[in-house]
Design a protein around this ligand. Sequence first.
Ligand code: 4AD
Ligand code: MG
Length: 432
Amino acid sequence: MKKRVFIENISSYLGKKVSISGWIHKKTKIGKVVFIVLRDGTGYVQCVFKTSDSSPDEIKIARGISRESSVTITGIVKFDKRAKGSHELLDCSISVIQEIEDNYPVSRKKHGAEFLLNYRHLSIRSKKLLSIMKIRDTLIWSARNFLKKEKFICTDTPLITPAACESTTGLFKIDYYNNNAFLSQSGQLYLEAAIASYGRVYCLGPVFRAEKKKSRRHLTEFWMIEPEMTHITLNENMEFQERLLEKLIKDIIQENSSELATLGRDIEALGKIIFPLTKITYSEAIDMLKNTENEIDWGKKISFRAENYISSQIGKPFFIYLHPMWQKAFYMKPDSDYSKCVLSCDLIAPDGYGELSGGGQRIDDYTMLRQSLLDNELPAAAFQWYLDLRKFGSVPHGGFGMGVERTLSWVCGLDHIRDAVLFPRMIKRISP
Ligand code: 4AD
Ligand code: MG
């Protein structure tokens, strides 16, 4: 009796006849034998068509079938330590679901990045992209499981919003029944409402930024994991972020070592990161830059280059906290000891991957928040509901947003953030 199985489970069917549905990954003919490497998303297996075991018709089909055609191959599972995945299928027969007639556009030769992005709908079939997507899946489930264990509930927030959360310059405007509306930059403001109902909440979904920057780290649509919680301090906020990151790394190493290896990521280095992470204030960061080519005056933004210099000194992810007020969003709570700074914290990855997460403590006082809206030239009327939260049972609270693609890029060691998402959206790319 044949049975349909997935390639990843094939070792449980030694000596049995199984059917595997997938796509032709590779085909080689040696003399009268045809070797087909079949892939089904869970793995790769070599299928052998020999004149002594397969019918002449089957061999003819196997000989002629082109790469990426969809097929079901039936055969007997045999252990063979030389074969890819240590198993192969013998005595094979093939049933064609769709044979490709045109030339498959993505050939085995090296294509340029733009070509592959134009054919993204096909190029995502590569081993590299499949590995990244599997790691992305682990990252998302790991974050959700971690937050569930920490008693957070997932309260997803609207994507169509009437006002800015982060900065008014990075908004995508949309026409909402003849009124202006915007695509959400962050769910944070709504999460701040939800904490008064539940205490610990998060959202995990897409956000949008009309970025002006073209870089290896910026997408215009990306995903964020945003936990928000009551009664925490800035230190607890940072500790929570590092525990989340530690868990993500641990789960990814455990679940995806073969995918990390496919991507050429140094797994040992990833596993060796020692927690807790280094935490430096913005002022300490400025001190570290003194007498280097990146030296800047206190108050200026730390450039990406300067950030990389600091990260090369630390060599693992680290936090910069307590930034000058004018560098951060209107909701950031001022530090009581030093009123020029806010209780902010950014988690920075090494090796030029940039900020993995950004967050901090939120203003919980009504008058102070109203003033901050005015100082930031934001329309208080549009934020009245947000101000209300400071009127009706306000509590100290904070949270952060971890960028899924940024974190994935660093964990996987990708050259560009565009590969951390299936169909990247960037300044100059919206298709396919
Ligand atoms: O630092 P950001 O702007 O923080 C917020 O949006 C807060 N409201 C989050 C919160 O506290 N709930 O963005 C958070 C993270 C960054 O650290 C970065 O990882 C990622 O989102 N990010 C981007 N990722 C890809 N492309 C972009 N253009 C990104 N902008 C930010
Ligand atoms: Mg930030």
